[in-house]
Design a binder for this molecule. Structure first.
Ligand SMILES: Cc1cc2nc3c(=O)[nH]c(=O)nc-3n(C[C@H](O)[C@H](O)[C@H](O)COP(=O)(O)O)c2cc1C
Length: 246
């Protein structure tokens, strides 16, 4: 296998979402991609205490599996992030894990990793949930590359290659061939302004990564209009956020 991908299943029962991940695993095999399916319920992930220690570069007071799982995500070439839809959004288990990754919004550690978003539902909530998963992937520094959604009516439909083509292509592409969308560029500008103005530890991290003078994490093709918009947005935001000494 050429590439290794981790798929996170965040439903306790191994049914609709898990079944979809298994089908996806088979499809990925044909593309020389190995998929490790990880069940979030096999990991102890405690609720965020809200202490913000992780944001300030300190260790999380919790002694559980959250950091080990975060470290595991970093080992893979790509990520499949999945959820059953509960009350119009992601499962509680996944939300708790996402909360625990909060430091990655400030100091992203999954930069450039393609992320495929997967959700299953009885009927409703697909659009909003996929959007939330996409936002999460962007906040981690990842690169959203397609989504697969299923309702009870479409659960047994075979997965079409058009649903995962973008993910596969991004796994094998060079980063300079990536083409970030406007929402990715906007998130990057927000994170950059926070790094410059709020926490010293973030600024040091961004300086070390050489991101502060960039429009995106790495050199890649950006549409001219998006470039202009992102630069203007950065200027506007930077002029509005007051610098805090921390
Ligand atoms: C607590 C809970 C909340 C749910 N909320 C919704 C919902 O808001 N909209 C919907 O259409 N289906 C809802 N469902 C149905 C699930 O999204 C659907 O059955 C999903 O495919 C389950 O995936 P799983 O088999 O991987 O657990 C809910 C199910 C549960 C258990």
């Amino acid at each position: 296998m050429n590439k290794k991908v981790i798929a996170i299943n965040s439903s306790r029962r191994k049914q609709n979402t898990y079944g979809l991940l298994q089908k996806l695993k088979e499809a990925m095999k044909e593309n020389n991609i190995e998929v490790d399916i990880v069940n979030l319920f096999d990991y102890e992930v405690k609720d965020c205490l809200g202490c913000e220690q992780c944001l300030r570069g300190k260790c999380c007071p919790h002694k559980d599996d959250a950091q080990a799982l975060m470290d595991k995500l970093k080992e893979y070439d790509g990520i499949i992030l999945s959820s059953p839809i509960y009350m119009g959004g992601v499962s509680g288990k996944l939300k708790v894990f996402i909360d625990r990754t909060c430091k990655w919004f400030h100091r992203p550690e999954l930069v450039g990793k393609p992320v495929l978003l997967v959700a299953t539902t009885a009927a409703s909530g697909l659009k909003e949930t996929i959007k939330y998963l996409e936002k999460t992937a962007i906040q981690w520094g990842g690169f959203p590359a397609g989504s697969i959604g299923r309702t009870v009516n479409s659960l047994n439909s075979p997965i079409k290659s058009s649903e995962y083509d973008s993910f596969v292509k991004h796994l094998f592409k060079e980063r300079n061939e990536f083409n970030p969308k406007l929402n990715q560029l906007i998130f990057f500008q927000v994170q950059k302004v926070l790094a410059e103005k709020i926490l010293t530890i973030d600024k040091e991290y961004w300086e070390h990564k050489n991101w502060l003078n960039k429009l995106y994490y790495f050199d890649c093709s950006i549409k001219p209009l998006n470039k202009i918009f992102a630069k203007g947005f950065y200027k506007m935001l930077s002029s509005k956020v007051v610098k805090v000494e921390s």
